[in-house]
Write a protein that binds this ligand. Structure first.
Ligand code: FES
Ligand code: FE
Length: 389
């Protein structure tokens, strides 16, 4: 691994006019070595949004998620709190839970030699344990993973010393909205899941972030979205402006596939957030969209340099979900946007290994903020001065 693997060259090898800045080179999106470094230095060190807390409603409900190179088991313990552990048996290293989700009554039992762990991760039983009186059961419990709940999700961090939640995750939200209060108004942790769609995207996670950050493509590929948000047809992303939000078109009633009526405004949303759409990127793998009557949360799970699972949740008020009202017209709008965006990312991914893109491409002025994302990635992958690898 060379330190300058991700250094963007001037496109075409020549000096660029000021209105254009270079992208990262194509290999950044295909090289397994770069991806391995991203797993190590980004996904395994930062707060990673993993599971909707309400998905694990009762003790013993669990979900496994892939974070960087690790499988992580998230469960609800007997005291009602969420807990996360490395999904690895401490005996000989078998993967403990092989199911992606499910529920256990009382404990997790390893399928290899039946070591058994409580919902709090403690080793509670092992065959012939009486012949090993000196084994310290606490010592051989599951390895815990840092967990923090926010916006109704379990955010995990594999680092021994997690970065400040306020200075990383919440700072990204504040940067876009101006304050945390602005997102608190939507009471995202109180909302309920109306629909979840999982997308298996054959593209590098950075292409998906870059696409989400710009709206230069909106006029070309998002006919339904630009009908609802006419200013998007001009190519400016809402998140480009702090606290700005994109206004609904005059004849638009709601954030739905045909601009027709949505649901009542969420109770905490204030009048200047009404009829507006806000888009937030929380590094490294979350997108949050806020509209008056629902919230859309995307979580990315990067699996390889050219494959990313995206889970998208549409969240509504308890009343809307309990009433069984039809959410399909509002789901359909962003589902189409997702399909259009992911098709675009998949169209670009194979080209990343073409010699045409060996030196990368260029960012036009309305995409310049993507350059800051590239700088952030480069910085994250650069070893610290003290030689920290
Ligand atoms: Fe799990 Fe042996 S590897 S009990
Ligand atoms: Fe888009």
């Amino acid at each position: 691994m060379t330190e300058n693997l991700m250094t963007p060259p001037a496109a075409g090898g020549s000096a660029l006019p000021e209105s254009l800045i270079p992208t990262l080179p194509g290999s950044t999106y295909t090289d397994p070595g770069v991806f391995a470094r991203e797993q190590d230095r980004i996904f395994e060190r930062m707060w990673f949004c993993s599971v909707r807390a309400a998905d694990l409603a009762k003790p013993g409900d669990f979900r496994t998620v892939q974070i960087g190179r690790e499988s992580v088991l998230v469960t609800r313990s007997r005291d009602g709190s969420l807990r996360a552990f490395l999904n690895i048996c401490r005996h000989r290293g078998a993967k403990l839970c092989t199911d992606e989700s499910g529920s256990v009554k009382r404990n997790f039992q390893c399928p290899y030699h039946a070591w058994t762990y409580g919902l709090d991760g403690k080793l509670v039983a092992a065959p012939n344990l009486t012949s090993m009186p000196d084994i310290d059961r606490t010592e051989y419990g599951l390895k815990p993973v840092h967990l923090r709940e926010w916006l109704g999700y379990a955010w995990l961090c594999l680092a021994p010393e997690p970065p400040s939640f306020a200075d990383t995750v919440q700072a990204d939200v504040v940067e876009r909205l101006g304050s945390l209060a602005a997102v608190d108004n939507y009471e995202v942790d109180e909302l309920e899941l109306g629909r979840r769609i999982t997308y298996d995207v054959q593209a590098n996670w950075k292409l998906i972030i870059e696409n989400f950050m710009e709206c230069y493509h909106c006029a070309t590929i998002h006919p339904e979205l630009t009908e609802v948000l006419p200013e998007f047809a001009d190519g400016y992303a809402a998140q480009y402006f702090v606290g700005h939000g994109a206004a609904f078109g005059e004849d638009v009633s709601g954030f739905t596939v045909d601009g027709g009526e949505g649901f009542d405004r969420l109770s905490g949303v204030d009048s200047d957030q009404d009829r507006k759409y806000y888009a937030i990127t929380v590094r490294p793998q979350v997108f949050i969209n806020l509209v008056p009557d629902h919230v859309i949360v995307h979580r990315m799970f990067p699996l390889s340099a050219d494959r990313t699972i995206v889970e998208c949740d549409w969240l509504y008020s308890k009343d809307v979900v309990a009433s069984g009202r039809d959410v399909s017209r509002s789901v359909e709008l962003f589902h189409r946007v997702n399909q259009q965006d992911f098709d675009a990312c998949e169209r670009c991914q194979p080209a990343m290994s073409s010699r045409a893109y060996a030196d990368g491409g260029v960012l036009v002025p309305s995409e310049h903020h993507i350059g800051a994302f590239h700088e952030w990635v480069q910085q994250a992958l650069t070893p610290d001065k003290d030689g920290d690898e």
